[in-house]
Design a protein. Structure first.
Length: 365
């Protein structure tokens, strides 16, 4: 079975005379390839996932045993899309008409539409969309080592912790790791920003510029518009083809958390459970956890569960908590982790540090 996600790949298959049986054509506009495809009848088992195709091609494929999966033109997302989102896509129209009219906000509204709450077709489209996101994320990351950075969404841009989180992201990316976060504001935004910046000076300038709008509340429009300006400024000075340094994996489940714009790609999910599990599973180089509250604590113990049941037979990722006082006293997670790891392989892979440089050393060796 072969997935074809670009017209160039389809052209190559047609030119080579590759049998079309069993192929999956994902998110392609087949209008310009209709004549060639109408001349083929070896399409039994061919699957067309979304995209566009003329009515006569649709009828031809179906009559010869192909499966053509429809979408809903009223849906604000393409459930079969074969690539990650870009920040500019999610915030399209932000400056002209405001946040509520952007694709990001409309997708959230669609996910919360009471009329669609028990609509099997809408539920199916959201599930297909999330699977497509996971597939696209695999294509982008490949075997590149990824470090997950977790932290609270409430951290303001004008707080000292924001600059520290940005410095952490910058150091991790500089060590050759892809920085993956939950893709939201706060510590997540800071880590993605740090990874995107190619120099310490550029990062310092970006952090300083963002202080002008310290929070996404109450105005997402102003918060995101400033960030887009900072992002474009950072990219203007970046070398071409420098690779993926930063990924955001947010969810529409939390409508109060707009996505940050400093990722090279955004894998946004309708299902929060799928995206949380996916973020941790892809953090192959380990996870570093900055100060946070309930959501961050949940992520810590999700990561700890895999470590608890791990053994010495296979490599285990590291879990690094930053902030002795916070994780030992304010939110006493560390004593529980220490107790769980006692006598198990987990004990060697869980760390509590105060120094960000130490966290980077642990994760990059």
């Amino acid at each position: 079975m072969r997935e074809i996600e670009t017209l160039a790949a389809l052209d190559a298959a047609l030119d080579a005379g590759t049998p079309l049986r069993g192929l999956r054509l994902q998110d392609l506009d087949l209008t310009g390839r209709a004549a060639r495809l109408l001349g083929r009848d070896d399409v039994e088992g061919l699957v067309v996932l979304g995209g566009r195709l003329p009515d006569d091609l649709d009828a031809h494929l179906r009559s010869h045993g192909a499966l053509v999966f429809p979408t809903d033109p009223r849906a604000p997302v393409d459930p079969y899309r074969a690539r990650l989102y870009t920040p500019d896509e999610l915030y399209d129209g932000l400056r002209e008409v405001g946040y509520a009219a952007t694709p990001d906000a409309r997708a959230h509204a669609w996910s919360r539409d009471a009329a669609l709450a028990h609509d099997a077709f809408a539920t199916l489209l959201r599930a297909i969309h999330d699977d497509s996101m996971s597939d696209a994320l695999t294509d982008v990351l490949g075997t590149t080592p990824v470090v997950g950075v977790m932290g609270g969404h409430s951290l303001r841009r004008d707080e000292e912790g924001f600059a520290r989180a940005a410095a952490l992201g910058h150091a991790l990316a500089g060590a050759g790791l892809v920085v993956a976060t939950g893709g939201g504001p706060g510590a997540m935004e800071a880590a993605n920003l740090g990874a995107l910046a190619r120099s310490a000076d550029a990062l310092a300038d970006g952090v300083e510029a963002l202080r002008a709008v310290p929070s996404f509340e109450p105005d997402v429009r102003e918060w995101a518009a400033l960030a887009l300006d900072v992002r474009h400024g950072l990219l203007d000075g970046a070398p071409d083809g420098s690779g993926v340094r930063s990924i955001g994996i947010p969810t529409w489940h939390y409508g109060h958390e707009p996505p940050n714009v400093f990722c090279d790609g955004v894998a946004k999910y309708f299902s929060n459970a799928i995206r949380e599990d996916g973020l941790l599973a892809r953090s192959t180089a380990g996870v570093v956890v900055l100060e946070g509250a309930a959501g961050t604590v949940q992520e810590i113990f999700q990561a700890a569960t895999a470590l608890y049941y791990g053994d010495h037979e296979r490599p285990l990722p590291r879990l690094v908590l930053v902030g002795h006082r916070h994780w030992s006293q304010d939110v006493p997670v560390w004593p529980a982790l220490h107790a769980l790891g006692s006598g198990r392989a987990m004990a060697e892979h869980v760390h509590l540090v105060d120094d960000l440089a130490e966290a980077v050393d642990v994760l990059s060796t």
